[in-house]
Design a protein around this ligand. Sequence first.
Ligand code: FAD
Ligand code: DHB
Length: 395
Amino acid sequence: MQHRVPVAIVGAGPAGLLLGHILRAHGVDFVLVEHRSRDHVLSRIRAGVLEQASVDVLDRYGLAERLHTDGLVHGGIHLQVEGRRTHIDFEDLVGRTVTVYGQQRVVEDLMARHDELGSAVFYGASDVTPSGVDGDAPRLEFRHDGEDHVVQADFVIGTDGYHGVCRGLIPTEILDVAERSYDAAWLGILADVAPSTDELIYALHPDGFGMHSMRSPTVSRLYLQVDPTDDIANWSDERIWAALQERLGTAGWTLTEGPITEKSITPMRSSVASTLAYGRLFLAGDAGHIVPPTGAKGLNAAIADVAMLGEALAAANGGSDGLLASYSRRALERQWKIQYFSQWMTDMLHTPGAETPEGERPFRYRSRVGQLAYVTGSRHAQQTLAEQYTGLAIE
Ligand code: FAD
Ligand code: DHB
């Protein structure tokens, strides 16, 4: 089957699905191709916090109805160091909030709207092959339900995540990828139990980082720092709860336990491509950059990218390509600020791991305790954290 559309999008994560809606709102036609099944995409448990700027984008395109009903608006977070908990009041500090609403729900909402609109979204495609992005006639070929498809487009957009195919279309002489690994990973659980906290708790403890987030008034999401080489099979439910009790514990507060419904370990990495544009190819979201999760930025950065890219593609479709020409520079400028913040939060809140020489670990740990004591005790430092956590402007 042949398709002729202005924009071919690879990858139906939050970035690709939202980009489709933004293009449609501007009257620009697209085809969106995803190699996983719809159920698989929906089953991935990932991020949970939306910046105010992200909520604004979803609102602007009429995609936030359920988010406003079910999302939990949080005016701050709790930062905890060795059992001492301090509330960081974003509303007071910078007049902004965040919304706790799982990435799965965002994806579900975006998919449902595409269904209603009858968008050309192909799930479970195979042999997804973009080509010709360095010329005037880019193509996207794929196979779906036993049929071969060829999309001829003006632009190919890679919203296909960190392991996607699109970034690899940029020649290695042009593409540099700046990366950093961490000697810590996150063990995350979902539990059927009411959250024991009103707002998220980020805690540094001698045993490692611990965190209490949530998905709804009856579902809690919690995380533990573990060694990147650790295996989830080593973590019984009892061991997980005991570690959470230890790391999150504080006088006069109780962490209520409940049945664990999901548990997994995710490594942490920072990575930024040197360009998000090559010929008629543009990258957005995890395809172009990833952050460690501590600052809750991955999903938000993907939303910011496609907010900028969608407007730029719409303008280009109308004959004005200035915004598209500056997209990569603008998105990367914003991204590097996010990278700095995510690294700062991650380093501050984790105990030094196996890659840190043993003799240096006590010093590095105590300096993090000192840093957290400073941040929790200084209004200036809290404002800096609040401004970045609630999200930089999307320009
Ligand atoms: P993705 O969500 O990765 O979507 C890319 C899509 O492209 C996928 O559906 C994929 O199947 C598809 N695709 C890939 N290759 C192809 C191909 N060849 N053809 C067609 N389709 C393709 N962020 C946080 O802020 N907090 C968290 O707690 C957090 N936890 C995370 C846990 C995990 C395991 C991962 C991987 C990420 C996590 N993140 C978290 C990051 C956040 O979820 C991502 O930043 C966000 O999903 C980015 O959205 P995206 O649409 O750019 O990429
Ligand atoms: C969640 C994940 C994060 O990475 C974070 O910083 C805050 C919350 C979550 O999954 O709820």
